[in-house]
Ligand binder design. Structure first.
Ligand code: PMP
Ligand code: GLN
Length: 383
Protein backbone atom coordinates (compact mmCIF):
# COMPACT_ATOMS: atom_id res chain seq x y z
CA UNK A 1 0.00 0.00 0.00
CA UNK A 2 1.37 3.41 -0.82
CA UNK A 3 1.02 6.20 1.68
CA UNK A 4 0.38 9.85 1.02
CA UNK A 5 0.24 13.11 2.90
CA UNK A 6 -1.63 16.32 2.32
CA UNK A 7 1.05 18.91 1.55
CA UNK A 8 1.15 21.85 3.95
CA UNK A 9 3.00 23.86 1.31
CA UNK A 10 1.50 22.69 -1.98
CA UNK A 11 2.77 25.68 -3.99
CA UNK A 12 6.35 25.59 -2.77
CA UNK A 13 9.32 24.09 -4.61
CA UNK A 14 13.03 24.11 -3.73
CA UNK A 15 14.37 27.45 -2.51
CA UNK A 16 15.90 29.61 -5.24
CA UNK A 17 19.20 29.78 -3.29
CA UNK A 18 19.69 26.03 -3.56
CA UNK A 19 18.52 25.96 -7.18
CA UNK A 20 21.00 28.64 -8.27
CA UNK A 21 23.90 27.29 -6.17
CA UNK A 22 23.39 23.85 -7.72
CA UNK A 23 23.30 25.34 -11.20
CA UNK A 24 26.45 27.33 -10.42
CA UNK A 25 28.24 24.16 -9.29
CA UNK A 26 27.10 22.19 -12.35
CA UNK A 27 28.40 24.86 -14.72
CA UNK A 28 31.44 25.83 -12.70
CA UNK A 29 30.10 29.39 -12.55
CA UNK A 30 31.19 32.15 -10.18
CA UNK A 31 28.51 32.05 -7.50
CA UNK A 32 27.24 35.56 -6.75
CA UNK A 33 23.80 34.09 -6.07
CA UNK A 34 23.26 32.62 -2.61
CA UNK A 35 24.36 35.04 0.10
CA UNK A 36 27.50 33.81 1.81
CA UNK A 37 30.99 35.27 2.08
CA UNK A 38 33.86 33.39 0.44
CA UNK A 39 36.50 35.10 2.57
CA UNK A 40 37.63 33.46 5.80
CA UNK A 41 36.00 34.06 9.15
CA UNK A 42 37.93 35.31 12.18
CA UNK A 43 40.58 32.77 13.19
CA UNK A 44 40.38 33.85 16.83
CA UNK A 45 36.84 32.50 16.81
CA UNK A 46 38.05 29.10 15.54
CA UNK A 47 40.46 28.96 18.42
CA UNK A 48 37.85 29.97 20.96
CA UNK A 49 35.51 27.19 19.74
CA UNK A 50 38.32 24.61 19.89
CA UNK A 51 39.22 25.80 23.38
CA UNK A 52 35.59 25.56 24.54
CA UNK A 53 35.40 21.99 23.23
CA UNK A 54 38.70 21.00 24.83
CA UNK A 55 37.54 22.44 28.12
CA UNK A 56 34.39 20.34 28.07
CA UNK A 57 31.68 22.70 26.82
CA UNK A 58 30.08 19.85 24.88
CA UNK A 59 26.79 19.10 26.62
CA UNK A 60 23.41 20.80 26.44
CA UNK A 61 23.62 24.42 27.37
CA UNK A 62 20.68 26.31 28.92
CA UNK A 63 17.61 26.12 26.65
CA UNK A 64 17.44 29.91 26.33
CA UNK A 65 21.14 30.20 25.43
CA UNK A 66 24.47 30.27 27.25
CA UNK A 67 23.89 32.77 30.07
CA UNK A 68 27.14 34.71 29.56
CA UNK A 69 26.39 35.07 25.84
CA UNK A 70 22.95 36.50 26.61
CA UNK A 71 24.54 38.86 29.12
CA UNK A 72 27.07 40.03 26.55
CA UNK A 73 24.29 40.60 24.01
CA UNK A 74 22.30 42.65 26.51
CA UNK A 75 25.39 44.80 27.12
CA UNK A 76 25.90 45.23 23.38
CA UNK A 77 22.28 46.31 22.91
CA UNK A 78 22.63 48.84 25.73
CA UNK A 79 25.78 50.28 24.15
CA UNK A 80 24.55 50.36 20.57
CA UNK A 81 20.88 51.17 20.97
CA UNK A 82 20.64 52.61 24.49
CA UNK A 83 17.90 50.20 25.49
CA UNK A 84 18.03 48.03 28.56
CA UNK A 85 16.98 44.46 27.97
CA UNK A 86 16.96 41.65 30.50
CA UNK A 87 19.36 38.85 29.52
CA UNK A 88 17.37 36.43 31.65
CA UNK A 89 13.95 37.03 30.14
CA UNK A 90 14.21 38.89 26.83
CA UNK A 91 16.81 37.03 24.70
CA UNK A 92 16.76 33.50 23.31
CA UNK A 93 19.61 32.02 21.29
CA UNK A 94 18.37 30.14 18.21
CA UNK A 95 19.84 27.96 15.46
CA UNK A 96 19.97 30.88 13.02
CA UNK A 97 17.84 33.86 12.12
CA UNK A 98 15.53 31.77 9.92
CA UNK A 99 14.52 29.63 12.90
CA UNK A 100 13.97 32.73 15.05
CA UNK A 101 11.60 34.11 12.39
CA UNK A 102 9.70 30.83 12.06
CA UNK A 103 9.40 30.48 15.82
CA UNK A 104 8.13 34.04 16.29
CA UNK A 105 5.48 33.56 13.60
CA UNK A 106 4.45 30.19 15.02
CA UNK A 107 4.26 31.67 18.51
CA UNK A 108 1.79 34.35 17.45
CA UNK A 109 -0.26 33.17 14.48
CA UNK A 110 -3.67 31.53 14.59
CA UNK A 111 -5.42 30.25 11.45
CA UNK A 112 -6.96 33.11 9.48
CA UNK A 113 -4.72 35.81 10.96
CA UNK A 114 -3.32 38.30 8.49
CA UNK A 115 0.35 39.25 8.26
CA UNK A 116 1.50 42.27 6.28
CA UNK A 117 4.62 41.39 4.37
CA UNK A 118 6.57 43.57 1.95
CA UNK A 119 7.73 42.18 -1.37
CA UNK A 120 10.32 41.41 -2.57
CA UNK A 121 10.38 39.32 0.62
CA UNK A 122 13.03 36.94 1.90
CA UNK A 123 11.87 33.59 0.63
CA UNK A 124 11.00 31.91 3.94
CA UNK A 125 8.53 34.55 5.16
CA UNK A 126 5.37 33.66 3.23
CA UNK A 127 5.71 29.85 3.57
CA UNK A 128 6.32 30.39 7.31
CA UNK A 129 3.08 32.40 7.53
CA UNK A 130 1.06 29.95 5.47
CA UNK A 131 2.25 26.84 7.28
CA UNK A 132 0.62 28.38 10.35
CA UNK A 133 -2.72 28.69 8.52
CA UNK A 134 -2.37 32.48 8.40
CA UNK A 135 -2.68 34.73 5.37
CA UNK A 136 0.13 36.82 3.89
CA UNK A 137 -1.15 40.26 2.90
CA UNK A 138 1.47 41.23 0.35
CA UNK A 139 2.46 44.80 -0.37
CA UNK A 140 4.99 45.57 -3.13
CA UNK A 141 7.74 47.98 -2.14
CA UNK A 142 8.00 51.02 -4.44
CA UNK A 143 10.14 50.25 -7.47
CA UNK A 144 12.99 51.10 -7.93
CA UNK A 145 13.92 52.54 -4.52
CA UNK A 146 12.13 49.77 -2.62
CA UNK A 147 10.69 52.12 -0.02
CA UNK A 148 7.55 51.22 1.93
CA UNK A 149 4.27 52.62 0.54
CA UNK A 150 2.85 53.55 3.94
CA UNK A 151 -0.48 54.77 2.57
CA UNK A 152 -1.12 51.32 1.22
CA UNK A 153 -0.13 49.76 4.54
CA UNK A 154 -2.72 51.90 6.32
CA UNK A 155 -5.37 50.78 3.82
CA UNK A 156 -4.54 47.09 4.19
CA UNK A 157 -4.85 46.97 7.97
CA UNK A 158 -7.99 45.14 9.08
CA UNK A 159 -9.33 43.71 12.33
CA UNK A 160 -7.55 40.45 11.38
CA UNK A 161 -4.08 42.04 10.95
CA UNK A 162 -1.95 40.23 13.53
CA UNK A 163 1.58 41.05 12.45
CA UNK A 164 3.70 43.31 10.27
CA UNK A 165 7.09 42.01 9.08
CA UNK A 166 9.92 44.41 8.35
CA UNK A 167 13.50 43.76 7.22
CA UNK A 168 16.26 46.37 7.28
CA UNK A 169 18.85 46.33 5.79
CA UNK A 170 16.74 44.53 3.25
CA UNK A 171 17.34 41.32 1.39
CA UNK A 172 17.32 41.25 -1.64
CA UNK A 173 17.46 45.02 -2.34
CA UNK A 174 19.77 46.56 0.26
CA UNK A 175 17.12 49.19 1.08
CA UNK A 176 17.35 50.64 4.58
CA UNK A 177 14.53 51.98 6.76
CA UNK A 178 14.83 55.55 8.03
CA UNK A 179 13.80 57.08 11.34
CA UNK A 180 10.81 58.53 9.53
CA UNK A 181 9.76 54.98 8.52
CA UNK A 182 10.02 53.95 12.15
CA UNK A 183 7.92 56.93 13.25
CA UNK A 184 5.26 56.04 10.69
CA UNK A 185 5.34 52.42 11.83
CA UNK A 186 4.82 53.59 15.43
CA UNK A 187 1.80 55.63 14.36
CA UNK A 188 0.36 52.77 12.32
CA UNK A 189 0.46 50.24 15.17
CA UNK A 190 -0.43 52.59 18.00
CA UNK A 191 -3.58 51.47 19.81
CA UNK A 192 -3.70 48.16 17.89
CA UNK A 193 -2.85 44.62 18.94
CA UNK A 194 -0.41 44.22 16.03
CA UNK A 195 2.90 42.44 16.66
CA UNK A 196 6.00 43.42 14.66
CA UNK A 197 8.55 40.95 13.40
CA UNK A 198 11.76 42.77 12.59
CA UNK A 199 14.39 40.83 10.66
CA UNK A 200 17.68 42.57 11.45
CA UNK A 201 20.18 39.92 10.43
CA UNK A 202 22.14 42.56 8.47
CA UNK A 203 22.19 45.08 11.36
CA UNK A 204 25.94 45.77 10.98
CA UNK A 205 26.05 45.55 7.19
CA UNK A 206 24.98 49.12 6.61
CA UNK A 207 26.72 51.67 4.36
CA UNK A 208 26.99 55.31 3.36
CA UNK A 209 27.09 56.53 6.96
CA UNK A 210 23.49 55.44 7.56
CA UNK A 211 22.37 54.46 11.04
CA UNK A 212 20.64 51.13 11.58
CA UNK A 213 17.13 51.94 12.78
CA UNK A 214 16.75 48.91 14.99
CA UNK A 215 13.46 48.28 16.77
CA UNK A 216 15.75 48.12 19.81
CA UNK A 217 16.08 51.91 19.66
CA UNK A 218 12.32 52.22 20.16
CA UNK A 219 11.29 50.76 23.53
CA UNK A 220 7.59 51.36 22.81
CA UNK A 221 7.86 49.30 19.61
CA UNK A 222 10.01 46.64 21.27
CA UNK A 223 7.11 45.85 23.64
CA UNK A 224 5.21 44.48 20.65
CA UNK A 225 8.11 43.06 18.61
CA UNK A 226 10.25 40.04 17.95
CA UNK A 227 13.65 41.16 16.65
CA UNK A 228 15.73 38.51 14.87
CA UNK A 229 19.52 38.39 14.41
CA UNK A 230 22.14 36.05 12.93
CA UNK A 231 25.73 35.49 14.08
CA UNK A 232 26.39 33.99 10.63
CA UNK A 233 26.17 37.42 8.98
CA UNK A 234 28.14 39.28 11.62
CA UNK A 235 31.05 36.87 11.87
CA UNK A 236 31.23 35.50 8.29
CA UNK A 237 30.11 32.02 9.34
CA UNK A 238 26.69 31.44 7.76
CA UNK A 239 27.24 27.69 8.13
CA UNK A 240 27.26 27.97 11.92
CA UNK A 241 23.50 28.57 11.86
CA UNK A 242 23.36 30.48 15.09
CA UNK A 243 21.31 33.56 15.88
CA UNK A 244 19.02 35.02 18.50
CA UNK A 245 15.73 36.71 19.09
CA UNK A 246 15.00 39.66 21.38
CA UNK A 247 11.52 40.52 22.57
CA UNK A 248 9.58 41.69 25.59
CA UNK A 249 9.37 39.51 28.66
CA UNK A 250 5.73 38.56 27.95
CA UNK A 251 6.18 37.72 24.28
CA UNK A 252 9.44 35.88 24.87
CA UNK A 253 7.76 33.62 27.44
CA UNK A 254 5.49 32.31 24.68
CA UNK A 255 8.32 32.12 22.11
CA UNK A 256 10.25 29.87 24.48
CA UNK A 257 7.31 27.48 24.83
CA UNK A 258 7.54 26.81 21.09
CA UNK A 259 11.35 26.82 21.02
CA UNK A 260 11.78 24.32 23.86
CA UNK A 261 9.85 21.61 22.01
CA UNK A 262 11.50 22.23 18.68
CA UNK A 263 15.29 22.41 18.96
CA UNK A 264 15.31 23.04 22.76
CA UNK A 265 18.88 24.36 22.77
CA UNK A 266 21.71 25.26 20.36
CA UNK A 267 25.36 24.42 19.77
CA UNK A 268 27.26 24.86 23.05
CA UNK A 269 30.95 25.44 22.11
CA UNK A 270 30.09 28.16 19.59
CA UNK A 271 27.99 30.02 22.14
CA UNK A 272 30.81 29.83 24.67
CA UNK A 273 33.27 31.14 22.06
CA UNK A 274 30.98 33.99 20.97
CA UNK A 275 30.44 35.05 24.58
CA UNK A 276 34.18 35.82 24.79
CA UNK A 277 34.49 37.18 21.27
CA UNK A 278 31.76 39.75 21.85
CA UNK A 279 34.32 41.68 23.95
CA UNK A 280 35.83 42.64 20.60
CA UNK A 281 33.38 45.37 19.58
CA UNK A 282 35.59 46.41 16.66
CA UNK A 283 34.73 43.15 14.89
CA UNK A 284 31.14 44.30 14.35
CA UNK A 285 31.67 48.06 14.42
CA UNK A 286 34.06 47.89 11.46
CA UNK A 287 31.94 45.49 9.45
CA UNK A 288 29.86 48.09 7.60
CA UNK A 289 32.95 49.86 6.25
CA UNK A 290 34.63 46.57 5.28
CA UNK A 291 31.65 45.30 3.35
CA UNK A 292 30.93 48.72 1.83
CA UNK A 293 34.39 48.57 0.27
CA UNK A 294 33.32 45.40 -1.50
CA UNK A 295 30.06 46.97 -2.66
CA UNK A 296 31.96 49.99 -3.99
CA UNK A 297 34.56 47.81 -5.71
CA UNK A 298 31.86 45.72 -7.36
CA UNK A 299 29.70 48.70 -8.30
CA UNK A 300 32.61 50.55 -9.89
CA UNK A 301 33.46 47.57 -12.12
CA UNK A 302 29.81 47.03 -12.97
CA UNK A 303 29.73 50.52 -14.49
CA UNK A 304 31.58 49.07 -17.48
CA UNK A 305 28.79 46.55 -18.12
CA UNK A 306 25.32 47.19 -19.54
CA UNK A 307 23.72 46.30 -16.17
CA UNK A 308 22.05 49.19 -14.39
CA UNK A 309 22.63 49.58 -10.66
CA UNK A 310 19.75 49.89 -8.20
CA UNK A 311 21.81 51.23 -5.29
CA UNK A 312 22.10 49.12 -2.14
CA UNK A 313 22.71 50.77 1.25
CA UNK A 314 23.18 47.60 3.27
CA UNK A 315 23.26 43.76 3.34
CA UNK A 316 25.41 41.49 1.16
CA UNK A 317 23.50 42.38 -1.98
CA UNK A 318 23.03 44.83 -4.80
CA UNK A 319 20.32 44.54 -7.45
CA UNK A 320 20.85 45.37 -11.09
CA UNK A 321 18.38 45.85 -13.92
CA UNK A 322 19.16 44.00 -17.15
CA UNK A 323 16.29 45.65 -19.05
CA UNK A 324 18.81 47.26 -21.43
CA UNK A 325 20.20 43.83 -22.29
CA UNK A 326 17.26 41.50 -22.61
CA UNK A 327 13.51 41.21 -22.36
CA UNK A 328 13.64 37.65 -21.06
CA UNK A 329 11.92 36.79 -17.76
CA UNK A 330 14.44 37.11 -14.92
CA UNK A 331 14.51 33.37 -14.18
CA UNK A 332 15.37 32.61 -17.80
CA UNK A 333 17.95 35.39 -17.89
CA UNK A 334 19.57 34.36 -14.57
CA UNK A 335 19.82 30.74 -15.70
CA UNK A 336 21.33 31.79 -19.03
CA UNK A 337 23.79 34.08 -17.26
CA UNK A 338 24.92 31.06 -15.25
CA UNK A 339 25.07 28.51 -18.03
CA UNK A 340 26.31 30.70 -20.90
CA UNK A 341 28.41 33.34 -19.18
CA UNK A 342 29.39 31.57 -15.93
CA UNK A 343 27.99 33.92 -13.29
CA UNK A 344 25.20 32.83 -10.93
CA UNK A 345 22.81 35.43 -9.47
CA UNK A 346 19.30 35.39 -7.98
CA UNK A 347 16.26 36.47 -10.05
CA UNK A 348 14.32 38.94 -7.90
CA UNK A 349 10.90 37.64 -9.03
CA UNK A 350 11.59 34.67 -6.72
CA UNK A 351 10.89 37.06 -3.83
CA UNK A 352 7.36 37.86 -5.07
CA UNK A 353 4.57 35.35 -4.61
CA UNK A 354 2.97 36.38 -7.90
CA UNK A 355 6.35 36.36 -9.66
CA UNK A 356 6.40 40.15 -10.31
CA UNK A 357 9.28 40.60 -12.71
CA UNK A 358 10.99 43.97 -13.12
CA UNK A 359 13.91 42.43 -15.04
CA UNK A 360 16.14 42.68 -11.99
CA UNK A 361 18.72 40.23 -10.62
CA UNK A 362 20.52 40.21 -7.27
CA UNK A 363 24.30 39.95 -6.94
CA UNK A 364 26.06 38.99 -3.69
CA UNK A 365 29.21 41.14 -3.47
CA UNK A 366 30.40 39.76 -0.09
CA UNK A 367 33.29 38.05 -1.86
CA UNK A 368 37.04 38.30 -2.22
CA UNK A 369 38.18 40.79 -4.83
CA UNK A 370 39.57 37.93 -6.93
CA UNK A 371 36.10 36.36 -7.07
CA UNK A 372 34.49 39.68 -8.01
CA UNK A 373 37.17 40.23 -10.67
CA UNK A 374 36.47 36.81 -12.16
CA UNK A 375 32.75 37.56 -12.28
CA UNK A 376 33.23 41.00 -13.84
CA UNK A 377 35.47 39.58 -16.53
CA UNK A 378 32.59 37.30 -17.51
CA UNK A 379 29.91 39.97 -17.14
CA UNK A 380 31.82 42.26 -19.51
CA UNK A 381 31.04 39.78 -22.28
CA UNK A 382 27.29 40.09 -21.74
CA UNK A 383 25.54 41.94 -24.50
N1 PMP B 1 16.68 36.86 7.05
C1 PMP B 1 17.29 37.31 5.96
C2 PMP B 1 16.76 38.54 5.30
C3 PMP B 1 18.41 36.66 5.44
O1 PMP B 1 19.00 37.10 4.34
C4 PMP B 1 18.90 35.54 6.12
C5 PMP B 1 20.12 34.88 5.56
N2 PMP B 1 20.00 33.61 5.23
C6 PMP B 1 18.22 35.09 7.25
C7 PMP B 1 17.13 35.79 7.69
C8 PMP B 1 18.60 33.88 8.02
O2 PMP B 1 19.80 33.85 8.65
P1 PMP B 1 20.40 32.49 9.21
O3 PMP B 1 21.31 31.96 8.18
O4 PMP B 1 21.04 32.87 10.48
O5 PMP B 1 19.23 31.55 9.44
N1 GLN C 1 20.18 34.47 3.07
C1 GLN C 1 20.90 33.92 1.99
C2 GLN C 1 20.51 34.66 0.72
O1 GLN C 1 19.63 35.46 0.72
C3 GLN C 1 20.70 32.45 1.73
C4 GLN C 1 20.23 31.58 2.81
C5 GLN C 1 19.69 30.30 2.27
O2 GLN C 1 20.27 29.71 1.37
N2 GLN C 1 18.57 29.89 2.78
O3 GLN C 1 21.07 34.39 -0.29
Amino acid sequence: MSVSIHSKLPDVGTTIFTVMSQLAAQHNAVNLGQGFPDFPMHTTLHELVAKAMREGANQYVHMNGYPLLRQQLATKVQQLYHTKIDAETDITVTPGGTYAIYTALTTVLQPGDEVIVFEPAYDSYIPNIEINGAVAVRIALNYPDYSIPWDEVKKKITSRTRMIMINSPHNPTGAVLSSSDMDTLSTVVEGTNIIILSDEVYEHLIFDGLKHESILRYPELLKRSFVCFSFGKTYHCTGWKLGYCISSHELMKEFRKVHQFNCFTCDTPKQVALATYLDNAQAYLELGAQIQQKRDYFRKQMEQTPFQCIPSHGSYFECYSYAAISDEPDMVFAKRLTTEYGVATIPVSAFYKNGKDDRVIRFCFAKQEATLDKAIEKLLRVK
